[in-house]
Design a protein around this ligand. Structure first.
Ligand SMILES: O=C(O)c1ccccc1NCC(=O)[C@H](O)[C@H](O)COP(=O)(O)O
Length: 282
């Protein structure tokens, strides 16, 4: 099995090993070539970047389908992915993130397949991806975008995975969590923009350090100014309070990604509608 391209610690090392095993099994079940043969029968993905661009207007919300998490355990064990996805769309989500990781988040690619025909907004495959095969899997399952985590991939594999995603018309949400990783992202964007001229990069700053699982929301706000100007900016993790959403908008984020606060709310649709309307004066 492949070794991580950069030294990993804590949760990221654990999940690397787990995903390598899963990848090995998936490739044995269905080959890359068999997946690729399905491409001509798929419709073009929806434009995730366009859906998230705020143009300095109201902040957009990516609502997450999340049953469990490594940091909190079970959040909503009975959650039915296509049902909550419909609720999210009706409540004003601009896109939906579907966690497909099985062991720690209790998600699946089947969730993505089930959600796709039920909503008309873009879908993001949220997982720990390190092989173009998984991007192809995402595309075939109906995703429009895929999360690529800089800390998990390191600079070289990050560039290659972005390239792979763009080849399949999947828009990457490139996730960083510190200033060091911003350099990798800038390099990856520059090298891929030479190949994909009309590509609008989407960059997420995750408040959660994925090695330690510690959440630092202040750091996210400070890092926003360091991101490339042309990038669509997404603030991720731990967001719940109106004040946090206003501050995210003030420092230039286009969108926020919210999971736990929605799936644990008594009425996820109402909780999402509140978040969506906060920065929307209408
Ligand atoms: O949520 C976790 O505990 C977690 C642990 C390790 C790696 C990733 C993790 N979460 C993935 C995410 O990025 C979040 O699901 C997403 O940003 C939404 O966050 P939240 O609103 O705090 O559920």
């Amino acid at each position: 099995m492949a070794q991580p391209p950069v030294p990993l610690q804590g949760f990221l090392q654990t999940i690397w090993d787990c995903k390598q095993q899963e990848l090995f099994e998936a490739k044995n079940k269905i080959s890359y070539i068999d997946l690729e043969q399905q491409l001509p029968y798929l419709s073009m993905p929806l434009d995730l970047a366009k859906a998230l661009e705020s143009h300095n207007g109201p902040i957009k919300v990516i609502a997450e389908v999340k049953r469990a998490s490594p940091s909190k355990g079970l959040l909503h064990g009975e959650l039915v992915a296509p049902e909550i996805a419909r609720i999210y769309e009706e409540a004003g989500a601009s896109a939906i993130s579907v966690l497909t990781e099985e062991k720690y988040f209790r998600g699946s690619l089947q969730d993505l397949r089930d959600v796709r025909p039920k909503v008309k907004i873009p879908l993001l495959r949220k997982d720990f991806l390190s092989d173009p095969y998984q991007i192809l899997e995402a595309r075939v399952a109906g995703a429009d975008g895929a999360l690529l985590i800089a800390a998990f991939l390191g600079p070289t594999l990050l560039q290659e995975m972005i390239h792979g995603a763009l080849e399949f018309n999947i828009q990457p949400l490139i996730e960083i969590h510190d200033a060091y990783e911003i350099e990798w992202v800038i390099d990856a964007i520059e090298s891929n923009q030479k190949r994909a001229k009309n590509w609008t990069p989407i960059v997420g700053i995750n408040a959660r350090n994925l090695q330690t699982l510690v959440v630092d929301k202040e750091q996210v706000l400070q890092l926003a100014a360091e991101l490339p100007r042309e990038a669509i900016k997404v603030a991720e993790s731990g967001l719940k309070e109106p004040q946090e959403v206003f501050r995210a908008k003030d420092v230039g984020f286009d969108a926020i990604l919210v999971g736990e606060a929605l799936v644990t709310a008594p009425h996820p649709g109402a909780a999402l509608a509140d978040l969506v309307s906060l920065t929307n004066p209408k």
